[in-house]
Design a protein around this ligand. Structure first.
Ligand code: HPA
Ligand code: ZN
Length: 334
């Protein structure tokens, strides 16, 4: 029965709304890029890298994530990274992606702003042409850095605005509340950029309120801890706020102790517009369908739940209503 439902999920067109391109860097690629760029890495084998991917919280992961992205040096690296992600996702019938990248993770180590964004956008264009996967690019600010540094990044991005659909907020959550970035989000909004933010992954419900009220987000990344506050849940339902939920990430970063305790099914039952996403697939154990498989099996999802999750992924996207409608019709017909 479960495998039938997994097949059903695989057959549906889906959108991915929460994916850090740097988090799709597979250990094999990490080695290949390190070799071709002559970058030293503290690992001797792919197995050794995989063994290091054992995290007890978000910061444990971030330390390795920032170290890993150090092998990305050239436009070609970002092109190859992005193309590999698109191909892998297309195999899971992901038809639209809204991907994050962390420009400050690269400018901080001396790469010009243009290197990452040019490589990524060249791959996104080729992905649309060759694979039929449409895309939007979201530039994230690292919240452990200052708002002033975020402003510098926004300024560096200006010549590239036609390639950027929105801004996001990621990295170490606790101690770096959304309020720290109120002004730079306002500036991004005035430039017409869409706004998303990680909140309520490890941070309290207050951070979700701040993301809504101060940053004025269009979409909430993670949002798990919203469930601790019934008034907040009611508001998210009323506003039809999309939550980009990342089941395998939540398990790997100990946001949930066991997949059977994952709140995804509860979110759907409460009327929240929850979606399934892979976050940092190479670090957390899998891509879109690995995440679907995990929740279908652990949470006993039925066909209606699965259909709803696929629909929510397009409803929560930045696609136009007409573009969404085509995908929604295909899901209804399945
Ligand atoms: N949370 C916060 N920051 C991140 C993540 C995440 O899951 N992945 C990459 N940066
Ligand atoms: Zn994330």
């Amino acid at each position: 029965m479960t495998s039938k439902l997994v097949q059903f999920a695989a057959s549906l067109p889906k959108a991915e709304l929460h994916l850090h391109l740097e988090g799709s860097l597979e250990p094999e690629q990490l080695f290949a890029f390190a070799r071709r760029n002559k970058v030293e890495i503290p690992f001797k084998s792919v197995d050794e890298i995989r063994t290091a991917y054992d995290f007890s919280n978000l910061q444990d992961f971030l330390d390795i994530y920032y170290q890993g992205m150090g092998v990305l040096q050239t436009e070609e690296d970002f092109f190859d990274l992005t193309m590999a992600y698109l191909k892998r996702s297309r195999a899971d019938n992901v038809r639209h992606v809204e991907v994050f990248f962390d420009p400050q993770g690269h400018t901080e180590r001396g790469l010009p702003f243009s290197v990452a964004i040019n490589g990524v956008t060249r791959a996104l264009a080729e992905g649309e042409r060759e694979l039929g996967v449409t895309s939007k690019l979201i530039m994230c600010f690292l919240r452990h850095l200052s708002e002033e540094e975020a402003f510098t990044t926004l300024q560096q991005a200006e010549p590239h605005f036609e390639k950027i659909a929105g801004v996001g907020l990621d990295s170490s959550e606790v101690g770096h509340p959304p309020s720290k970035f109120e002004n730079v989000f306002k500036a991004a909004r005035e430039h017409g950029l869409a706004l998303v933010a990680h909140a309520g992954e490890e941070g309290p419900p207050d951070y979700v309120y701040e993301a809504l009220d101060l940053l004025k987000i269009d979409r909430l990344d993670h949002g798990n801890r919203s469930l601790e506050d019934a008034a907040l849940v009611a508001r998210l339902v009323k506003e039809q706020m999309t939550l980009t939920v990342c089941p395998l990430s939540n398990l790997k970063l100990c946001v949930v102790g066991d997949m059977r305790a994952h709140p995804l099914k509860k979110m759907l039952d409460l009327g929240l517009r929850a979606t399934v996403n892979s976050d940092d697939p190479s670090y957390f154990g899998g891509y879109m369908m690995d995440n679907f498989r995990a929740v279908i099996e652990a949470l006993d999802l039925d066909q209606d739940d699965i259909r709803m999750l696929a629909k929510n992924s397009f409803l929560g996207s930045l696609l136009s209503e007409a573009e969404q409608a085509e995908h929604l019709a295909a899901i209804d017909d399945a």
